[in-house]
Write a protein that binds this ligand. Structure first.
Ligand SMILES: *[C@@H]1O[C@H](CO)[C@@H](O)[C@H](O)[C@H]1NC(C)=O
Ligand SMILES: *[C@@H]1O[C@H](CO)[C@@H](O)[C@H](O)[C@H]1NC(C)=O
Ligand SMILES: *[C@@H]1O[C@H](CO)[C@@H](O)[C@H](O)[C@H]1NC(C)=O
Ligand SMILES: *[C@@H]1O[C@H](CO)[C@@H](O)[C@H](O)[C@H]1NC(C)=O
Ligand SMILES: *[C@@H]1O[C@H](CO)[C@@H](O)[C@H](O)[C@H]1NC(C)=O
Ligand SMILES: *[C@@H]1O[C@H](CO)[C@@H](O)[C@H](O)[C@H]1NC(C)=O
Ligand SMILES: *[C@@H]1O[C@H](CO)[C@@H](O)[C@H](O)[C@H]1NC(C)=O
Ligand SMILES: *[C@@H]1O[C@H](CO)[C@@H](O)[C@H](O)[C@H]1NC(C)=O
Ligand SMILES: *[C@@H]1O[C@H](CO)[C@@H](O)[C@H](O)[C@H]1NC(C)=O
Length: 388
């Protein structure tokens, strides 16, 4: 027992060290600092150490006063199973059926037609989670993105490539996540370092929705790989290409937080990119649309760079601080891509939205051009997206 607890404490300390190394704490920024640093971490360390104290203290008078970590477990928060739903309860202290998220995923019936709610109590779950294609209709229900997180620390080197580095990887359709964070705490890449890309979430299934979720990492945080996805009121943090992939996704009311190294005024360096959309050909209808989002943080960053020739990204009604490089976009030094990429801006605001110095292929969209990107019909949501 002592060894286990010591192991747990070590994990928490190493997460904290990694968090600090990865600059989850962003000082001197006008933008709200990363909430996870101020709330999640101290809370968890507190509960870990109180628990340890209890055990030690009560070892000799166990019978008198049975204090259990589970006394405060809120059974009433766990939704009941119904005809249409199965419920899998996860608590890292062992107060309900599963102690890891992966164990709960494994317990979901293959090709289930029900909604499978994986209810996850607050806490840090330090594990790598994989949802295979056959485990469809899964919901991860957390208790708040500042208090519930799945955390791991693979990078491209340690996992045979960026695409497999995700702390959580979802390959099935109809996945939903609510009020939970996905974090990769591998060290932030230093200048010139290769193999340090570290994905927090890879979403590769069709028809996925994320409500009130957090995505924390540095380079390549959110792998929006393929399929139609909806992100509502999410917090997405990273440095380079931190939303990338070939998905067709609508991001509504989200906060995009750059943690690239601060750049002094007058320095011409650009050290970040928010998106790297990977549309390969004109026959694909993928694209990222950001509506009513806000962009802030540190560094100087492009709105997007052309990972693949037909890269397609639109920002609408989005506020941008001056961290956005005046030229706005980047073609990865391949001018042949300027004709095929689609980079649009529509009614954005803030110092970063000043389009005077934009690259020639950036488009300030008119009402007609913008229309199809502005609401959930962009992802055919009427066919699949269930309201909260
Ligand atoms: C659930 O299933 C039972 C038995 O099949 C049925 O009697 C009941 O009406 C169903 N309830 C709902 C809400 O569909
Ligand atoms: C735990 O598992 C038991 C037996 O499989 C089941 O009856 C119960 O509903 C489960 N409880 C939760 C909270 O998942
Ligand atoms: C379950 O998944 C299947 C296949 O993705 C989908 O057709 C169905 O609508 C889903 N059901 C629920 C309850 O989400
Ligand atoms: C998320 O958490 C907030 C407060 O913690 C709560 O008001 C909201 O209903 C939750 N939403 C979901 C989808 O769980
Ligand atoms: C990844 O591996 C390469 C080759 O072994 C090495 O040069 C590089 O420093 C490694 N990167 C990280 C982040 O470990
Ligand atoms: C835009 O986002 C802000 C912040 O999330 C939210 O308060 C506001 O209601 C949103 N506006 C619209 C029109 O959706
Ligand atoms: C936009 O940028 C140009 C060039 O840097 C500058 O002259 C102009 O004043 C800016 N416009 C606003 C509204 O800030
Ligand atoms: C919008 O832009 C498109 C493409 O440049 C153009 O064909 C169309 O006439 C414009 N529509 C309006 C209403 O300005
Ligand atoms: C979404 O926008 C389209 C225009 O592309 C419009 O035809 C449609 O009515 C809108 N849908 C909703 C639900 O507002």
């Amino acid at each position: 027992m002592a060894t286990t607890l010591k192991g747990i404490s070590l994990i928490f300390i190493s997460i904290l060290a990694a968090l600090i190394a990865a600059r989850f704490i962003v000082p001197n920024s006008a933008y709200p600092r990363s909430p996870i640093a101020s709330k999640l971490i101290p809370f968890e360390i507190g509960s870990c150490c109180r628990r340890r104290h209890h055990h030690h203290h009560n070892r000799h008078d166990d019978k008198k006063e049975k204090v259990s970590i589970c006394d405060n477990f809120r059974h009433d928060l766990v939704p009941p199973a119904t005809n249409a739903t199965s419920v899998f309860c996860v608590d890292h202290n062992g107060c309900c059926n599963f102690t890891t998220v992966q164990a709960a995923v494994d317990a979901v019936e293959t090709l289930s037609q029900k909604r499978n709610i994986i209810w996850i109590n607050q806490g840090i779950y330090f594990e790598k989670v994989m949802v295979p294609k056959t485990k469809q209709n899964i919901t991860f229900q957390g208790q708040g993105f500042e208090s519930t997180a799945i955390v791991y620390n693979d990078n491209a080197n340690s996992s045979h490539g960026t695409f497999y580095s995700g702390s959580v990887q979802v390959f099935s359709n109809n996945f939903i996540a609510k009020n939970i964070s996905f974090m990769n705490v591998a060290p932030m890449p230093g200048p010139g370092v290769v193999g340090a890309q570290a994905v927090a979430m890879r979403i590769s299934g069709d028809q996925a929705a994320f409500w009130g979720c957090g995505f924390f990492g540095a380079q390549d945080t959110l792998h929006d790989d393929r399929g139609r996805h909806y992100f509502k009121e999410c917090f997405i943090q990273g440095s380079i290409d931190f939303i990338f992939g070939n998905g067709k996704s609508l991001y509504e009311d989200c906060q995009l937080m750059s943690i690239a190294n601060p750049v002094q005024p007058g320095q011409r360096i650009i050290n970040g990119a928010i998106t790297a959309h990977g549309r390969v050909s004109i026959d694909e209808d993928s694209g990222f649309s950001f509506v009513n989002c806000s962009i802030g943080g540190t560094g100087r960053t492009w709105l997007g760079r052309a990972w693949r020739p037909f890269s397609r990204v639109v920002y609408a009604f989005t506020s941008m601080t001056d961290i956005i490089a005046p030229e706005g976009w980047n073609d990865l030094n391949d001018p042949t891509r300027d004709q095929s990429i689609f980079y649009g801006e529509y009614k954005c605001s803030g110092a970063g939205a000043n389009a005077t110095m934009r690259v020639p292929y950036a488009q300030i969209l008119n009402d007609t051009q913008a229309a199809s990107f502005l609401n959930a019909s962009f992802i055919n949501a009427d066919l699949w997206l269930q309201p909260l």
